[in-house]
Every structure is written in C-alpha cells, then in structure tokens.
Design a protein around this ligand. Structure first.
Ligand code: SF4
Ligand code: SF4
Length: 66
C-alpha cells in the first residue's frame, strides 16, 4: 500500500533566509545551514503547514511526496 504524505516544499531560489519558518516549526525540521536559503528535513516534517503560513514571501507550499 502506498502512502502519500504532505511535506513542506520551499522555493529556495526565492528564499530570503529570514528564519520565520524555522521559528514556528514544531519539529525543528527547517534549517538554513548555508545562510542563504531554508531547507526541510523530510524525515522530521509532519506536514502541519505552520511554516507555509509563516513565510512572509509566500514561497512555501505543502506537497505530496511518495
Ligand atoms: S509543515 Fe510543519 S513540520 Fe513540516 S517543516 Fe513546516 S512547520 Fe515544520
Ligand atoms: S520564512 Fe520563507 S523566506 Fe523566510 S527563511 Fe523560511 S522559506 Fe525563506
């Protein structure tokens, strides 16, 4: 049985590295290791959508991955 899960997807070329998404993530799934754009750890993300609502640039979408 395949199970599709919604995960946070960040348009990294438009990210301004403000850190707003990091602050609201309850799982600590987002980081900005290079100081340039945010990345998501899909193993930690639970698809809650809080980061999507927090991003001032509106560049986070929730999408399904297999
Ligand atoms: S969807 Fe929720 S758990 Fe996943 S990265 Fe965004 S805030 Fe964190
Ligand atoms: S809130 Fe948006 S612009 Fe800010 S670091 Fe996260 S993805 Fe980038």
């Amino acid at each position: 049985m395949s199970r599709r899960r919604k995960k946070s997807i960040i348009l990294q070329n438009k990210c301004v590295a403000c850190g707003c998404c990091l602050k609201v993530c309850p799982k600590g799934a987002i980081s900005i290791p290079n100081g340039i754009y945010a990345i998501v750890d899909n193993e930690k993300c639970i698809g809650c959508g809080l980061c999507e609502r927090a991003c001032p640039a509106s560049i986070i979408r929730m999408g399904e991955i297999s």
